[in-house]
Design a protein around this ligand. Structure first.
Ligand code: HEM
Length: 446
């Protein structure tokens, strides 16, 4: 097996050895994130980024302790989500000028009407998304198994001795794309277009600058143009499915009576829900699968442990999600009053960057935090999907995809290791993932 090169060989940025070196956001920082976290925990668990708040003169703060982040996400009144701030700003602008058109994207527009308060956030999840991507996602088990098999058939055929496969392009990327298209009810023939719209949606998280993932104006305009096509495409499907419902999520959304409001959803509201499923449901699961493949290559014995006891696959998925959180951190909350974290005062109006990935390796929460431990107590309490009412609504379907993927691969792959020509360089942005991962696969014969 060819081992991974050390991270300092992958980035022009210096590997951090002290707090002065820590920089989570400049190009190349991705290679050193996991060296930076213990330094932040020890020296600056509440790390100020001067002048990087929302308003003039306000600061950003990177939170890395599990207890701090768990407190913040469970209290949306005290720590206002940025999504809510965007909705308030839009409402104010339109009050001032009722003719002004909304600058909000479809997801945010649908939040304005479908989730106007905290109680309706719960209803939105329970009534609209849970049956499809939440706990009800188990209904897609056979679908996902079929999609996994179709993607791996070629390179796990027992008649071949060995195969080399680029795991991201061959599997980790297309699987969630195909699952979400099928769940929503989009035709397979449109996968390439859906992929490019998905890329446009996540552009800020890949190409954005700094902890706020800011894009230059030209990029925002290109994104808006691409998403206008997406809007037309979705609305055509919504109208078609309203007239002739099928067994898919969009059809369901055209027919359901949303009890929280006692009415059906408009076309644009459905567009907003679909937008949310696409922006959340594609790349995140891709990175989870890709990083889990790396964990298995780094510790070849793990593959055998999982094969011998399939009940541990779910534990492996949780440990993978904890140890290699796909969404490493997001600047998504603002303090509404003066606060204190770890003895550090944080003034009202500060922007909080919640570093989920660092909280997941907080030594005050986890024994041997950097190790995969399949017997860890309460494995699913990590912060990868956040927690509380505003946590990820698609966590269940993502977990299901990952669990089925590894069970099917364990059925059909004897050994898996790094191929010779990997670079291991991470993609830019705030997500943890390599652009490619070449694997050497020996298919199972029995
Ligand atoms: C490994 C995979 C995933 C990870 C790591 C992840 C992570 C997260 C996190 C951390 C949040 C909270 C953001 C915040 O509070 O600021 C979130 C929210 C969200 N996620 Fe996920 N997610 C994943 C998969 C999915 C999937 C499969 C879907 C859709 C099917 C999805 C849809 C969403 C949506 C729509 C939100 C915004 C909150 C809402 O509308 O209720 N995510 N996700």
């Amino acid at each position: 097996m060819k081992p991974r090169p050390p991270n300092h060989a992958l980035s022009a940025m210096r590997c951090p050895v002290s707090l002065e070196d820590v920089d989570l956001f400049s190009p190349g920082a991705q290679e050193h994130w996991y060296e930076a976290y213990p330094i932040l925990h020890a020296e600056a668990p509440v790390h100020r980024i001067p002048g990087e708040g929302l308003g003039k003169g306000s600061d950003g703060y990177i939170l890395t302790k599990y207890s701090d982040i768990a407190r913040v996400v469970r209290d949306p009144e005290r720590f206002t989500p940025l999504l809510s701030l965007a909705l308030d700003a839009d409402a104010r602008a339109r009050q001032a000028d009722p003719k002004a058109s909304s600058t909000l994207n479809a997801m945010l527009r649908s939040m304005q009407t479908l989730r106007p308060d905290e109680a309706s956030w719960r209803a939105h999840r329970q009534e609209l998304t849970d049956p499809w991507v939440g706990p009800g996602a188990t209904r897609h088990t056979a679908l996902i198994e079929g999609l996994v098999d179709a993607l791996i058939d070629d390179w796990t055929d027992p008649s071949i001795d060995e195969a080399e496969v680029e795991f991201v392009a061959a599997f980790a990327r297309p699987l969630p794309q195909r699952v979400m298209a099928a769940v929503l009810g989009f035709p397979e023939a449109d996968l390439a277009r859906l992929e490019s719209w998905g890329d446009a949606m996540v552009m800020p998280f890949v190409h954005g600058h700094g902890h706020r993932n800011l894009l230059p104006r030209e990029a925002l305009e290109a994104q808006a143009r691409s998403l206008e096509d997406f809007a037309r495409y979705v609305l055509a499907h919504v109208q078609e499915k309203r007239a002739q419902p099928q067994d898919d999520m969009i059809s369901f959304l055209t027919q359901v009576t949303y009890e929280a409001l006692g009415r059906k959803l408009s076309d644009d509201e459905i567009h907003g829900v679909v937008y949310a499923m696409m922006i959340g449901g594609l790349e995140t699961t891709q990175y989870a699968l890709e990083q889990q493949a790396q964990l298995l290559c780094d510790d070849p014995a793990l593959f055998g442990v999982l094969r011998a006891d399939r009940s541990k696959v779910r534990a492996f998925v949780e440990e993978g999600l904890r140890l290699r959180a796909p969404t490493q951190g997001l600047s998504t909350r603002m303090t509404t009053r003066d606060e204190e974290f770890q003895g550090v005062p944080v003034p009202a109006g500060s922007l909080l960057h919640l570093r989920w990935a660092a909280a997941n390796v907080d030594a005050d929460e986890y024994a041997c935090p950097y190790e995969v431990d399949l017997d860890r107590p309460r494995l699913a309490r990590h912060l990868t999907f956040s927690q509380g009412q505003r946590s990820c609504p698609g966590a269940s379907i993502s977990r299901l995809e990952q669990t089925i993927a590894w069970n099917r691969l364990l059925d059909r792959v004897e050994t898996m290791s790094y191929a010779a020509d990997n670079t291991f360089v991470h993609q830019p942005g705030i997500m943890l993932g390599t652009l490619a991962l070449r694997l050497q696969i020996t298919p199972r014969r029995d």
